[in-house]
Ligand binder design. Structure first.
Ligand SMILES: [Zn+2]
Length: 136
């Protein structure tokens, strides 16, 4: 039954994405360990930049996983309270546990899904509308 439920499929895909991201996090931790050990063996080697790159990658992946978890909740008709992090029904206007007020459904989804995308999107000048021809 679950196989024919599109929601279940979406949730299973998101879960798969989370698993893959967790695997990448583990690989990064592994790399950080090896870099650190390399420096321990040879103090002349500066691995700070490489380690920071790995740490940034891990932080990004953790954010992306949180994003996927929110989407899974959304598919299940649930959302997390921004205040106490308890699971609430999507329809609730206030958290059943702590009473914190939720935004609209659209705001909730945007807050959880759109934020990381917006952060990476370069700022486009509003005054100029560049006309880019399709052909080269
Ligand atoms: Zn709450």
């Amino acid at each position: 039954m679950a196989l024919f439920d599109p929601k279940a499929k979406a949730i299973s895909n998101l879960q798969k994405t989370i698993d893959e991201k967790n695997l990448t996090i583990t690989k990064n931790y592994d790399k950080i360990g090896r870099l650190y050990y390399g420096q321990y063996k040879d103090m002349n080697v500066d691995v700070t930049t490489d380690i920071n790159t790995c740490c940034e990658a891990v932080s990004k992946l953790i954010d992306e996983i949180k994003d996927c978890e929110k989407r899974i909740l959304f598919e299940k008709g649930l959302k997390l309270c921004p205040n106490c992090h308890k699971e609430n029904n999507l329809e609730y206007a206030f958290c059943f546990a702590c009473g914190a007020k939720f935004g609209t459904k659209e705001e909730e989804l945007h807050a959880s899904v759109a934020t990381p995308v917006v952060a990476e999107t370069p700022v486009v000048e509003a005054s100029e509308t560049p006309v880019t021809p399709k052909e080269n």
